[in-house]
Design a protein around this ligand. Structure first.
Ligand SMILES: *Cc1c(COP(=O)(O)O)cnc(C)c1O
Length: 440
C-alpha cells in the first residue's frame, strides 16, 4: 500500500460519514499496531517476546515504552507481551474510539482494570467515595485491601447528589460508581455529578482534583459513554457485554492520553496482562457484533420487563426502559446509543412478592431451582452480556450467608432476581419465565 493510501485508510475511523455500527467492524482499518500486510482478519499474535534487529532497536524500544508524550504517534517497537503487542494494542485503539476516550489500556480482567484505574489515582491517606451498591469483588477490593493501604472508602447513596458535598473532604481523590449499578440497577446522573465535581475542582490544584471513574460494564459503550457526559475514566469488564460470548476474560481502562503511561506502567509491574488470544477474540468477535447483539438484547429486555411488571407474583421491576422505574428520567437522558436512541441495556432486576423476608428468600431459591431444572433458555449462572440468558438470585447465592432479615440493610431484596438477557428469541425466554413463575 502506498503511504498515501495508508494515511487515507487510517483516517477512515475518524470519518463521520460512516456510522458507529460500521466503525465497530473496521476500527482503524489500517493501524500502526498491525504488523501484517495481507490479512483481512487480524492474525492471532501469540509471541511472548519479539526479535530485536539490533541493540539500538532494543534500546529504542525500552525508551519508547510508557513514553507516550514523546513517541505516542510512532509505530511501536514491540519487546515483550506484558509491555504491549499487536492484538492488545489494536483492541485498545478501537475501545478508546467507541468509548469516546483518548486512550485505552487493557487488563486481564475487569478487576485488573478497576485496580489499575484506582491504583494510579490514589495513594495512602487518600479518600474514595463510592455508590453504596457495587459489584461484589469491587466491594471486596475496598474492604479487604484498601485498609492495608490506608485508603478510606465511603459508600453513600449517589442517586441523591445532595449528600455528596458533605462527604467530600480535602483528601477525596476519586468518585467511583456503576450506572446502572449491580444488582438493583440504580441510576446515577453522570452529567449532574460531573458539574458538582467541576465546581469543587476549580479550587484545587491539578494533582488534588477529584476524578470520576465509572464502571460502564452493564451498559457497554453502545448504551452509554460516560466520558462524553463528563466522567474522567471509564472501566469495563470485557468479560461481559463487549466480549459478548462468555468465552474470554478481560478488562479495560479508558481515559485521557496523559494517564496512558501510568496505566501501562501499572500493568507492566502488577502484571494483569490481557491474554493475546482473548484480545484477538474480543477484537474479532466481540466488538464487531456489539451493536447487533445489544440492539437485540435491549428489544428482548424491554419486552420481558413489561411482562414481568404485569405478573401477579412480581412485586416490582427495575429496568431503565420502564417509565415506572425511579431512574427512568435520568436513564432516558444518558443511556443513548450511537444514533441518540434510548438504549436501556440488557439487565433486568425484579423482585418476587412474599409476606416476610425469609419466606421471600425461600421463594427466590425455589424459583432458581425450578429454572435450573427446567428452563432451556435461562441458565442459573453469574455474569452477563452473554449469548445465553443468565439468571441469579443474590439472596440465595452471592449473599446467602446474610440472614434474610438483614438483607435489606445491604441493599439486597430477599426476592430480588437479576436477569441478564442473551440472544435467544424473546418468546422462548418468556415461555420459560412463565413456567417457572407458575411453579412457585
Ligand atoms: C464482572 C464485573 C466486574 C469484574 O470483571 P471481571 O472481568 O470478572 O474481573 C466488574 N464490574 C462489573 C459491573 C461486573 O459485572
Amino acid at each position: 500500500m502506498s503511504d498515501e493510501t495508508i494515511q487515507k485508510k487510517k483516517n477512515n475511523q475518524e470519518d463521520t460519514k460512516y456510522s458507529m455500527d460500521t466503525h465497530l467492524i473496521y476500527g482503524k482499518d489500517v493501524s500502526d499496531k498491525w504488523d501484517y500486510s495481507h490479512h483481512v482478519t487480524a492474525p492471532i499474535s501469540s509471541s511472548t517476546t519479539f526479535r530485536l534487529d539490533s541493540v539500538e532497536r532494543g534500546a529504542q524500544g525500552f525508551m519508547q515504552f510508557a513514553n507516550t508524550e514523546e513517541f505516542g504517534d510512532k509505530a511501536p517497537i514491540f519487546i515483550y507481551d506484558r509491555l504491549g503487542e499487536p492484538n492488545k494494542d489494536m483492541l485498545e485503539e478501537n475501545l478508546a474510539y467507541v468509548e469516546k476516550g483518548e486512550t485505552a489500556v487493557s487488563y486481564s480482567s475487569g478487576m485488573g482494570a478497576i485496580s489499575a484505574a484506582l491504583g494510579i489515582l490514589t495513594k495512602s491517606g487518600d479518600h474514595i467515595i463510592t455508590h453504596n451498591t457495587l459489584y461484589g469483588c469491587t466491594i471486596s477490593l475496598f474492604n479487604n485491601w484498601y485498609p492495608k493501604y490506608d485508603i478510606k472508602v465511603s459508600p453513600i447513596n449517589l442517586t441523591d447528589l445532595d449528600c455528596i458535598k458533605d462527604t467530600i473532604t480535602e483528601k477525596t481523590k476519586v468518585i467511583y460508581f456503576e450506572t446502572p449499578a449491580n444488582p438493583n440497577l440504580d441510576i446515577i446522573d453522570i452529567g449532574a455529578l460531573a458539574e458538582i465535581v467541576k465546581e469543587i475542582n476549580k479550587n484545587r490544584e491539578e494533582a488534588n482534583q477529584i476524578k470520576i471513574v465509572v464502571d460502564n460494564t452493564f451498559s457497554t459503550p453502545f448504551c452509554q459513554r460516560p466520558i462524553e457526559l463528563g466522567a474522567d475514566f471509564t472501566v469495563h469488564s470485557l468479560t461481559k457485554g463487549i466480549g459478548g460470548f462468555g468465552a474470554d476474560m478481560g478488562g479495560v481502562v479508558i481515559g485521557k492520553k496523559k494517564y496512558r503511561d501510568l496505566l501501562l506502567l501499572y500493568r507492566k509491574d502488577f502484571g494483569a496482562v490481557l491474554n493475546t488470544k482473548s484480545a484477538w477474540a474480543i477484537l474479532t468477535y466481540g466488538l464487531p457484533t456489539l451493536a447487533l447483539r445489544q440492539r437485540h438484547q435491549i428489544k428482548s429486555a424491554m419486552r420481558i420487563a413489561e411482562y414481568l411488571i404485569a405478573h401477579p407474583k412480581v412485586d416490582f421491576v427495575n429496568y431503565p426502559g420502564l417509565s415506572s422505574f425511579k431512574g427512568y428520567e435520568i436513564a432516558k437522558k444518558q443511556m443513548l446509543d450511537f444514533n441518540g436512541n434510548f438504549a436501556p441495556g440488557s439487565l433486568i432486576y425484579f423482585v418476587l412478592k412474599g409476606s416476610t423476608p425469609s419466606e421471600t428468600k425461600n421463594l427466590g431459591g425455589k424459583f432458581m431451582d425450578h429454572v435450573a431444572d427446567n428452563a432451556y433458555t435461562m441458565t442459573l449462572a453469574v455474569s452477563l452480556g452473554h449469548t445465553r440468558t443468565l439468571i441469579e438470585h443474590p439472596a440465595s447465592m452471592t449473599h446467602s450467608v446474610v440472614p434474610a432479615e438483614s438483607l435489606c440493610e445491604r441493599g439486597i431484596d430477599a426476592g430480588g432476581v437479576r436477569l441478564a438477557i442473551g440472544l435467544e428469541n424473546s418468546d422462548d425466554i418468556l415461555l420459560d419465565l412463565d413456567e417457572s413463575l407458575k411453579a412457585i
